[in-house]
Design a protein around this ligand. Sequence first.
Ligand code: PMP
Length: 423
Amino acid sequence: MNNKQLDSRLEQVRMQYNLYKKRPFDINMSRGIPSRKQLELSSALLNKLELPDWMSEDEQDIRNYGGLLGIREARKLFGDILKTSIDETLVGGNSSLQLMYAVLVMHMFTGDNKWNKETVVKFLCPSPGYDRHWAMLERLGIEMIPVELTGEGPDMELVEKIVSQDSSIKGIFCIPTYSNPTGETYSDEVVERLAQMHTAAEDFLIMWDNAYAVHHLNNEHEEAQSILEACKKAGVPNRPYMFVSTSKITFPGAGVAAVGASEKNILRLAEELSTQIISFDKLNQKRHVLFLKDSNTIQALMEQHAKILKPKFDWIQSIFKAYFTEDREKFISWTNPNGGYFVHLTTMDGCAAEIVDRMGEIGIQLTPANATYPYGINPLDNSIRLAPSFIELDKLEVALEALCTCIELVTLEKYGENFIGGE
Ligand code: PMP
């Protein structure tokens, strides 16, 4: 590009942007939630539940109080996903986040080694990550230390170094399979190193949020190894808590969540939960067991989800590939995940927040830029998360076209001169 070409390109994109501004959209792509079509895949769950005697396999009347560990058949089903035994599995209510928070509160405020005896408590935060994890830590006054993700989990050199030196670092949050938002899956080596690393804190925790454990988009299935198995082998069985839920398998507001951990940790958590709740919804647990049945049935259901989701992910790839060619190639890089709910964009430094703002001004809401970093602070200001699941393909198409325009506009306004001359 020469000066003149840059000016005319900028004028063109500005004109296009102003057209969008005159007739703003009303599109929300900010959260990764299933579309109505996906919710309909689980309609059968809403059928009337009729059981001859309302008893679970372990002789609990599922209509009554009790059974805080979950009904046996649900513990078995979720154990299949978590790769845990029944005794290593607790099945709760609809939210895995709530169970994560319960685990953090338990360690913060109870037990001989409760963290709040210390002046500072810190956690490692592989970033970009999930903003609700960071919100949880911030709420509890836990200091967050960002650690870079490498494409196959966190930078283990750095993790090993800092956890071995600082006993106030009490844990790490991980999304091991199809991580939110980068889509990466932890390699076997990363899983083993997390289990084997020496930690200055004796009671170091791995919060293993496997929210996307079975959420494949392609035939190429990725699956992180079990951190519990690795930790058992390394002699630290109480280090990890693993979480899953059916929020993106059946219904986000009315699904079932579960924890996998050592038997000791499961019993300790059940005791902690007993001060918060008398029993979870066992009718819903039973309904889910009858509907989801086993791993094969879950897999078949996830294939139906993928049929709805994949065209949206493919669309992102083809629009970006077509748009960001030649001298636009450097404006952005993006992920092409095999599963999960997100595509992550890395903009040129200092552009992400403005791109998201510009999108907001024309009526398209994206997740706030850099929200995927602890405290929402990313010094590079280069991270945008796209959540294409909820909106229909036609809306996604216009939103992506507008996004391309905003990326080009902001990048050229900031860096246009760098592209003059070219090769
Ligand atoms: N963890 C991650 C990584 C998620 O992306 C989400 C949903 N967006 C959740 C947890 C929420 O889980 P739940 O509905 O079970 O609380």
